[in-house]
Design a protein around this ligand. Structure first.
Ligand SMILES: [Zn+2]
Length: 167
C-alpha cells in the first residue's frame, strides 16, 4: 500500500466503499449479492429441487468451483456454537425453514463443516426439517474431520457430494 500512489489508494478505497454500499443479502439464498436476487438464484439451468445449506458465502464459491453441483444454495451466515454463544436465532435458519416450507425442494444437503459446531448445526437443521417431508443429507466422505469446505479442492467436494447420506 505504501508503494502505491495517492490516486491508486484513493481508487482502491472508493472501490471498497462502493462494493459495501452495493452489497445486499439475496432475498432467497441470503448470499451476498449486488441485486435483490443473486445470479445463482435467478440463473438458468439450476436444479430448483436441490438445496445446499452452507455456513458462509465463501463455501458457495468453493462448491461452485467443483462445477458438479447444479442446485440452489442457502447461506446461514454462521453456525450454531454454544462456546461462541451463537444460537439458532443468530443465523439464517428461520429463512431456511420458510424456503423449505414452500415445498419446492426434494432434497436438502447440509454442507456445514465436519467439526463440532458444523455437526451440531446440521443435526439441529435436520431435526427442524423432519416435519417437511424432504430428503435431508449431509456431506460425508472426502472432507477431512475438522476440515473446512472452503479449503477443499473441487475433487474433494465432489466426493463429499457423491458420498452424502441421510441424516
Ligand atoms: Zn440467491
Amino acid at each position: 500500500m505504501l508503494d502505491c500512489g495517492d490516486e491508486e489508494v484513493r481508487a482502491f478505497a472508493e472501490a471498497m466503499v462502493a462494493a459495501r454500499e452495493n452489497t445486499v443479502f439475496c432475498r432467497e439464498c441470503q448470499n451476498l449479492s449486488e441485486q435483490e436476487l443473486c445470479p445463482l438464484c435467478s440463473g438458468e439451468g439450476r436444479d430448483r429441487t436441490l438445496l445446499c445449506v452452507v455456513a458462509e458465502p465463501r463455501d458457495v464459491a468453493a462448491i461452485e468451483r467443483c462445477r458438479e453441483y447444479k442446485g440452489l444454495y442457502h447461506v446461514l451466515h454462521g453456525v450454531i456454537s454454544p462456546t461462541r454463544r451463537k444460537s439458532p436465532d443468530d443465523i439464517r435458519i428461520k429463512e431456511l425453514l420458510e424456503r423449505v416450507g414452500g415445498g419446492a425442494f426434494a432434497e436438502v444437503i447440509l454442507a456445514t463443516n465436519p467439526d463440532t459446531d458444523g455437526d451440531t448445526t446440521a443435526l439441529y437443521i435436520a431435526r427442524m426439517l423432519r416435519p417437511h417431508n424432504v430428503r435431508v443429507t449431509r456431506l460425508a466422505y472426502g472432507l477431512p474431520m475438522g476440515g473446512h469446505v472452503e479449503h477443499a479442492d473441487g475433487l474433494t467436494i465432489l466426493r463429499a457430494l457423491d458420498g452424502r447420506r441421510e441424516v
